[in-house]
Design a protein around this ligand. Structure first.
Ligand SMILES: N[C@@H](CCC(=O)N[C@@H](CS)C(=O)NCC(=O)O)C(=O)O
Length: 222
């Protein structure tokens, strides 16, 4: 059986959990925090999560795992349609990851863990997030999903990236990222209301105490 390494608070891990749930793929969850121990690095070369252990070896990188899951189990595809339509889904995923998820991450420490970020970084992130959401607004159709009338892998990225990026924007810059992209708020609510996403949110809330304990230990070591 597939083994999924990660932890329930991780947004990337939850992207794969949602993909698995939508596709009806069974797996064993191996609760793992990102780490650089030789044991985990022997499984996952970056030490990050998620990592997926398959019968043939380990796969990392969320978008790569999406592609693998679709090929492994074609039911309820995440990336589908003509060559152009499939490329558009990958394009939207990339826009969300490069221009929303990754800039926001530069400010996670201050937004979520109370560790201040340099003012220069904050000003770069604020600009980048506004550019990112505006780019997404131009590129996506929001009708109601990012790529059209069907949910795709891009919407999974959007759901879990926007949850953190919008919190960063609100907490640090008093900006409502959703206001920058008509249709984004409605899509976010629609995705959050899916039974599979609600179950994941419940797991995420339940995992918070363990995650906080893990963070306290990690910060105590530094
Ligand atoms: N590009 C990776 C990013 C995964 C990632 O950054 N995961 C976070 C947890 S949400 C992590 O492991 N962070 C620890 C680190 O960056 O060292 C993917 O697509 O899966």
């Amino acid at each position: 059986m597939l083994k999924l390494y990660g932890f329930d608070v991780s947004n990337y891990y939850n992207m794969i959990k949602l993909a698995m749930a939508i596709k009806g793929i069974e797996y064993e969850a191996v609760i793992t925090y990102p780490n650089q121990t030789p044991e985990y690095l022997a499984i996952c070369p970056t030490g990050k999560v998620p990592a997926l252990q398959t019968a043939d070896g380990v796969l990392i990188e969320t978008n790569v795992i999406f592609e693998y899951l679709d090929e492994l189990s074609p039911a309820n595809p995440l990336i589908f349609g003509s060559a152009y339509e499939r490329a558009r889904i990958r394009e939207l995923m990339k826009i969300v990851e490069l221009y929303i998820e990754l800039p926001a991450r530069r400010c996670h420490s201050e937004a979520f863990f109370g560790v201040p970020v340099h003012e220069q970084t904050k000003s770069e992130v604020k600009r980048a997030l506004l550019n990112g959401i505006q780019a997404l607004s131009r590129a996506a159709s929001f009708s109601p999903y990012l790529a059209g009338d069907k949910m795709t892998a891009a919407d999974i990225f959007f759901l879990y990236s926007m949850s953190l990026a919008s919190a960063v924007a609100k907490k640090l810059f008093e900006i409502d990222l959703f206001a920058e992209a008509p249709g984004a708020k409605e899509l976010f609510a629609k995705l959050n209301a899916m039974p599979e996403a609600r179950a994941i949110a419940k797991d995420q809330a339940a995992a918070q105490p363990d995650f906080k304990a893990y963070l306290a230990k990690a910060f105590a070591k530094t």
